[in-house]
Write a protein that binds this ligand. Structure first.
Ligand code: MN
Length: 293
């Protein structure tokens, strides 16, 4: 019998009243493969004049992975990219040695619904050059009454265009009617399942929206029972080989590397360039939580 762990979400405030439910990292499970961060934002209907506005902030050592369900968000970064992400698309930003970005609702007073994830880069890629890509065309197919969209990795002969650096899976499963689907799994992978809308059953266990199901390695298949109108996110990956340090918007293999990045951001070092004309507010990290850095 393989592991099945239920993980309750916790609330996090991204500022300005933008509340999200966070299920990775959690006390029970820090990562699923290289997936190391999972925020579920919305669905929220912003009042007139309000929206999501995240000021300029740096990242290192990770990829940010945005799966947009409803709304329109403008991404701008220090490489000069300006990209509106729309429903059904993934934005994949590879921070590597360092990047700065802002994220803003394209129009205030509208609806927003998204999953925001981070992927830890393995040590051999953590200092790679930064990059950004928008992916409007993802493999999509019908299976047993559900609509599946492959966001990352490979599944049953299909491969997503998103470029990742370790064996991973990201799969969106959406069904208007009740559906039971059988998925082929890789026994070498661990998996995590997050209902974004509705409810999913795994065996005798029911998982409502925002209750995360962690599945340990060793499964070659998984049967999911989706309630009508459900939308679930399936993540998978080979358990990450080495511990990952996460602090503020930084991921790395060492505390020293993260402390250096934080000092450079605070000192305006050229490692972290401006976004656009540099007029967006710059976010400040809390003091480093470790002695001796
Ligand atoms: Mn970010």
């Amino acid at each position: 019998m393989t592991t099945l762990v239920r993980i309750e979400p916790r609330s996090a405030d991204l500022g300005d009243g933008m509340l999200v439910r966070r299920t990775l990292p959690s006390r029970q499970q820090r990562m699923v493969g290289a997936w190391c961060f999972l925020d579920h934002a919305g669905p929220v209907d912003f009042p007139p004049g309000k929206g999501m506005h995240v000021g300029a902030h740096p990242h290192i050592g990770l990829q940010t992975f945005t799966w947009l369900i409803e709304g329109e968000v403008l991404h701008r970064d220090s490489l000069g990219n300006e990209q509106v992400i729309r429903p059904g698309q993934v934005n994949l930003m590879t921070a590597g040695q360092g990047i700065v970005h802002t994220e803003d609702s394209l129009h205030d007073g509208r609806r927003l619904h998204a999953a925001q994830l981070w992927i830890a880069l393995p040590p051999e890629a953590e200092s790679c050059p930064p990059a950004f890509a928008n992916h409007p065309d993802l493999p999509q197919w019908q299976q047993e009454g559900a609509r599946l969209t492959l966001l990352a990795g490979t599944h049953e002969g299909r491969t997503a265009p998103t470029r990742v650096h370790s064996p991973l899976l990201g799969l969106d499963i959406d069904s208007a009617a009740p559906a039971s689907i059988d998925l082929a799994l890789d026994p070498a992978f661990e998996y995590g399942l997050l209902p974004l809308v509705g409810e999913v059953g795994i065996g005798n266990e029911r998982f409502p929206a925002d209750e995360f199901a962690y599945l340990g390695p060793g499964r070659s298949s998984l049967r999911l029972d989706l309630a009508a109108g459900s939308k679930v996110l399936l993540l998978g990956g080979v358990p990450f080989a080495q511990p990952v340090v996460m602090w503020w918007n930084f991921v790395g293999s060492t505390r020293a590397g993260i402390a250096e990045a934080q000092r450079q951001w605070e000192n305006g070092d050229a490692r972290f360039g401006p976004v656009g004309d540099g007029s967006a507010p710059r976010l400040s990290p809390p003091p480093l939580p470790w002695r001796d850095y």
